[in-house]
Ligand binder design. Structure first.
Ligand code: DC
Length: 234
């Protein structure tokens, strides 16, 4: 069997968790494309919920108000690795969810348990509809899909993550990079210490440190893990 055929024979779920700035999204999309699998970006769903909260004008730290707004919002995400589709109540927010205001506010919104319950239900429904899917987030291997076929926890040194983020945003001065590193640390701390579904590797996850690896090397490693899972099962 050729390599491409065995990659495409993958059926099941690959979970990709880890902090921001590890290159997780581009790895997840590339892995999904190689496996011919669907792709679900759960961070985009928390970001879309944050758009609803900002537009409603409620205090993002007021958990009850946040839960109420998110319960009433229609959040839609696409599961095609090649195109990004994210909408709130029918309005396309794909660009807006990457903006500074949403990025600043999303940790508070994603820490609200009722928001997580609602989005986790939706995530499980989307996953159930796909034969093969790559799902990226923070709690996918631990909470959303504890029985996933392959679990990967992608990490990297904070400096490497800040450099990568800076390159994406076109920032070059040491001050800007230091600010990004501080923001990453703040979000890590918040995401790892929240009471509900904190960021941590699942006990059965393979931890991949991308500090000294190029994107293609990480993609190869994850595809290899998915392929061995198929071989073990068939
Ligand atoms: O991956 P991202 O940067 O787009 O995620 C945005 C935020 O959403 C991040 O601060 C943590 C949160 N998040 C989460 O709590 N659980 C997930 N499964 C995915 C993201």
């Amino acid at each position: 069997m050729s390599e491409a055929v065995s990659e495409r024979a993958f059926r099941g779920q690959v979970t990709l968790d880890g902090p921001s700035g590890t290159g997780k999204s581009s790895v997840a999309r590339a892995v999904a494309a190689r496996l011919g699998a669907a792709y679900l970006d759960t961070g985009a769903m928390y970001r879309a919920a944050t758009v609803a909260v900002l537009d409603a004008g409620v205090d993002p730290e007021d958990g009850e108000a946040v839960a109420r707004v998110v319960a009433g919002a229609r959040i839609e995400v696409g599961t095609d690795a090649g195109t990004e589709r994210v909408a709130v109540d029918g309005t396309d927010v794909a660009e807006r969810i990457r903006g500074a205001e949403v990025t600043r506010t999303v940790s508070a919104v994603s820490a609200v348990p009722a928001v997580r319950r609602r989005l986790v239900d939706q995530q499980r429904g989307l996953v159930a509809a796909a034969d093969a899917v790559v799902v990226e987030g923070r709690d996918i291997g631990t909470v959303v899909l504890p029985d996933a076929t392959v679990k990967v926890y992608l990490t990297a040194a904070p400096e490497a993550r800040a450099q990568r983020r800076a390159a994406q945003l076109g920032l070059t001065t040491p001050g800007e990079i230091a600010e990004l590193a501080a923001d990453l640390r703040r979000r890590d701390e918040y995401d790892s210490s929240r009471a509900d579904s904190p960021l941590r590797p699942a006990a059965d996850a393979v931890v991949v440190d991308s500090t000294d690896l190029g994107r293609e090397q990480v993609v190869d490693r994850v595809v290899e893990l998915a392929r061995s899972a198929v071989e073990v099962r068939s």
